[in-house]
Design a binder for this molecule. Sequence first.
Ligand SMILES: NC(=O)C1=CN([C@@H]2O[C@H](COP(=O)(O)OP(=O)(O)OC[C@H]3O[C@@H](n4cnc5c(N)ncnc54)[C@H](OP(=O)(O)O)[C@@H]3O)[C@@H](O)[C@H]2O)C=CC1
Ligand SMILES: CCCCCCCCCCCCCCCC(=O)[C@@H](N)CO
Length: 307
Amino acid sequence: MVDHSIIVTGGSQGLGLELAKYHYHNNTNSCIVILSRSEDKLINAAKKITNDNFMNLKEFHEDKSRLYYYPIDLSNSSNVESLLPFLTKLPSIQRTYLTAGGASVKLFKDYSINELQQGINMNYSSSLFLSHVILKNHLCKHLIYFSSEVSFFPFIGYSSYTPSKTSLKSLVNILRQEFPDCRLTNVFPGNFASEGYIEENLTKPEITKDIEGSSKPISVEKCREIIINDIDKGYDDITTDFIGWVLMACDMGLNKNWNYSKFWFLQLILGVVANLFIIPVYMIILKYDINNFFKKHSKLTDKDKAQ
Ligand SMILES: NC(=O)C1=CN([C@@H]2O[C@H](COP(=O)(O)OP(=O)(O)OC[C@H]3O[C@@H](n4cnc5c(N)ncnc54)[C@H](OP(=O)(O)O)[C@@H]3O)[C@@H](O)[C@H]2O)C=CC1
Ligand SMILES: CCCCCCCCCCCCCCCC(=O)[C@@H](N)CO
């Protein structure tokens, strides 16, 4: 008997698909809805989750299927508002995973204006608008946001991505105050080997790879396991590797009263000590490395010009 629903945005690939698959097989009394832009990708994902027992949410029929897909660009505010009638038809929504997002990683000068707009759309608007529809209409009491470890520490290469992920973190802190009855989880993943991650690595500058080297990519399954375990234990600020935990410690500041993360008190102390003694040294070394990167770069482009 289906008695609740779980929504997963970005459910057509990567971590979103993995979360949908997990809940479909482990919560057999739930109805799962996956959302993303591409209908083809959604249908392929639905086939991976269940061989043929899935439907378009527009034809919702609780007794016929437990898996629904809905093609939608979640960064389009009027599209998102028009989802409301479909969402209200669902059995009570227990969790909403706002997984949609993704990074294109290169130097600022190498983006087109359109790519910069896409960065905001995918990583901020896509979670902002759906949260509004859900919270305003009391449709779900547990929303899970996907920021990133980069939201604690912005660095070269991620200019089209990090500012939006930091905005999400800030949004969640405000919404926790405005919706005290709701559980708002913020996940800050480190690298994990999804389709999106493989693609971003094709353009990622060497210096960016060097800086983020301590966040070794884990598998999508492992990432899902860490997140679900932490959610089940009651944590609401979740990182997926050690460097993420350290970076969160350094960033706690005014958030500390709203942070519910693993060993948060230890984090708070470590953060104070690291900000005083370790980070300033690290930042000097980083500045030196970035200078060298640009020197090497300009030598290479000079060579190009000479040829
Ligand atoms: N992989 C990593 O190393 C890390 C990832 N993250 C974050 O975790 C989340 C999942 O990452 P990952 O699995 O790698 O992502 P992928 O890039 O592999 O997949 C992104 C998903 O988001 C969907 N999507 C993108 N834009 C929109 C939109 N405007 N409307 C609706 N759906 C959209 C895509 O589907 P479609 O193309 O069909 O729209 C796709 O299903 C993302 O938010 C990402 O930023 C955070 C830290 C590290
Ligand atoms: C003591 C202080 C030392 C500071 C060391 C800095 C290390 C930075 C690690 C950042 C890892 C970022 C992983 C997430 C990347 C991401 O979100 C994308 N891959 C998206 O797909």
